[in-house]
Design a protein around this ligand. Structure first.
Ligand code: AMP
Length: 396
């Protein structure tokens, strides 16, 4: 397989799928440039080789219709600042303007195409639309990990028109490398920390991880479904009653696989879902009615911290509590600090999922984690053991 380092882009027109789905304010300024900065190494390498770059992306959910509020035009300006070169813009991702501008592109130049999802064919994975995109370039680079789990025209179908000249950009390569370090041949013990609101969204992740991990921590709102399934009283905590059976199955699978499964021993409880609520400390299985667990307590923190410090490979997805509220962020912060400390001591750590990434950023710890993933949904599907179509299309 070709890689960014082995491929020479000299004289080539690279059609590059990137993730420029960035937040814009009312004046169309990019308010968070994590995604735009993430594409820079790939674009710069192509330009340095003497190639030209045609960038394509979606932005928001225009549902197959042109929506000026979701135009990528403002992002072109923003990219110019990051790349230090002019970024041309095509007012449609296919059609005459795109064709003419792509054809005229010279080595060292960059063209950004308008929002792919202005066409319903993008999400449908339409062949003819994919072909029209493919004709703009002569080598295809996929660097959009965040959409790699979608079999869309620009992420997957387009690859078939580049039987030889297709490769991953640096960002996807780094994501796959990191996931490989965790799920391939990890240094053991391998610990997974899974949190967040819902068990239902992480059942398959947990099932897949139980087959690979030495220890698993379950925290956050989803822990209460497990605690109730074991006969505990959880008061008004978040519980998915229709998943009590699933929780029991997961507990049984952990036992059968010899996986040490940790649930929070205690919880910070509140009498309302609000930062201003009254709070108390409670054993997780003895929460009175009228109270709900919104964070893990000190005993849980001590137990989770010890597991983190034992681990040589750590995967973390999902917060330990309602970390968006000041009074319920202590558990998530403690776990983030422990992961950073373990990493410093030599463990490999991967943090993924929108909320856990937001948490490590909020605590200023992102640069103390081995790798912070950019793809929420894509990473979850990978952790479920699924083959991502955008990945398979390059490897085919
Ligand atoms: P998810 O998208 O499933 O990863 O869930 C993330 C959300 O879970 C965050 O917004 C947290 O505020 C929320 N969360 C974490 N712990 C709790 C809890 N104990 N009760 C209610 N919500 C929680």
């Amino acid at each position: 397989m070709q890689t960014m380092d082995s491929f020479n882009f000299k004289g080539r027109k690279a059609l590059v799928r990137v993730d420029l789905n960035v937040p814009l304010d009312a004046d169309f300024n990019v308010t968070d440039d994590n995604r735009t900065r993430a594409i820079v190494p790939t674009v710069k390498k192509i330009l340095k080789d003497g190639g030209s770059v045609i960038l394509m992306s979606h932005l928001g959910r225009p549902k197959g219709k042109v929506n000026p509020a979701m135009s990528l035009r403002p992002v072109a300006k923003h990219l110019e600042g990051l790349l230090g070169v002019a970024v041309q813009f095509a007012t449609d991702c296919i059609g005459e303007d795109a064709r003419t501008k792509a054809a005229a592109l010279k080595p060292g130049e960059v063209l950004l195409l308008e929002n792919l999802r202005f066409h319903p064919e993008e999400e449908k994975g339409d062949e003819a639309f994919s072909h029209a995109l493919a004709q703009l370039g002569d080598v295809y680079v996929n660097d959009a990990f965040g959409t790699a789990h979608r079999a869309h025209a620009s992420t997957t179908i387009v690859a078939k028109f580049f039987p030889k000249d297709k490769l991953f950009g640096y960002l996807i390569a780094a994501e796959l490398d990191s996931l490989g370090k965790v799920l391939g041949q990890p240094k053991r013990p391998l610990l997974a920390i899974v949190g967040g609101a819902k068990v239902s969204s992480k059942i398959e992740v947990l099932q897949n991880l139980l087959a690979k991990c030495d220890e698993v921590i379950i925290g956050g709102g989803m822990a209460f479904t497990f605690i109730k399934a074991q006969g505990g009283q959880v008061g008004g905590s978040l519980v998915e009653d229709d998943h009590l059976g699933t929780a029991r199955e997961i507990l049984a699978a952990a036992k059968a696989n010899g996986v040490k499964l940790h649930l929070p021993a205690d919880a910070i409880v509140a009498d309302a879902f609000a930062d201003s609520a009254n709070t108390d400390l409670c054993a997780s299985g003895s929460i009175p009615d009228g109270w709900m667990g919104l964070d893990i307590g000190p005993a849980a923190i001590a137990d989770f911290r010890a597991a983190v410090m034992r681990a040589k490979t750590i995967l973390w997805n999902g917060p330990m509590g309602v970390f968006e509220m000041k009074n319920f962020q202590k558990g998530t912060r403690a776990v983030a600090e422990a992961v950073a400390e373990a990493t410093k001591a030599g463990a490999y750590s991967l943090v993924g999922g929108g909320d856990s990434v937001a948490a490590v950023n909020q605590f200023g710890l992102a640069d103390k984690i081995s790798y912070v993933s950019t793809g929420g949904g894509a990473m979850l599907e990978y952790l479920e053991g699924k083959v991502l179509p955008g990945i398979a299309a390059i490897q085919a």
